[in-house]
Design a protein around this ligand. Sequence first.
Ligand code: DX5
Ligand code: ZN
Length: 218
Amino acid sequence: MIKIAPSILSADFSKLIDDVNTVEAAGCHMLHIDVMDGHFVPNITIGPLVVNSLKDKTKLPFDVHLMIENPDKYIPDFIKAGADIISVHSEACIHLHRTIQLIKQHGIKACVALNPATPLNVLDYVLADLDMVLIMTVNPGFGGQKLIEATLPKIKKLSTMIKDKGLDIDIQVDGGISPDNINLVTSAGANVIVAGSAIFNSPNIPYTVELMKRNGTV
Ligand code: DX5
Ligand code: ZN
């Protein structure tokens, strides 16, 4: 079964909790929280304070996508704020193995995110330690971009790698995904689908979530 992870980057921040409650009621599976620092990506979003303010107000697990330099410095703060899974970018981690262990030491799930141009072989010696891999289907930094189709063979290759090794690891995809193209990523092997603008800009969020589930079923 696929899981839907709405990205609050496209929510209305003046009524954030209402938007969170809407996607929870619509049957989404986790909340995708995009953290940007203006250095690793050319945009600034939110920090642990905002994450913490949502924690007691929803049952959805928090999927925190760190698009920041030096993530080790902030991982403990995001865990205290309520992260259930943390994604770090391989491109931002000098000591990727150490960073993964740091996340797991706190008893939460660890994920590594790869930009569109980053090859899968950066995962060769850490894959078995991961709960999820995030294949970026756009260059990170902004919502509302177009899915880069060159990332589709990468999803397929990762799915084969995971199966061949007999591992149980989720494949998340993020960027430019809508009810119209979700089948491209799920048929390639992705099972955790992030969507920001497609969900939050929709005039009928429950219907869009339902459509994503239906069109994404392989
Ligand atoms: C992009 C973020 C995404 C973004 C997705 O840097 O990581 O999570 O919010 O937004 P859409 O679905 O609009 O491409
Ligand atoms: Zn994201």
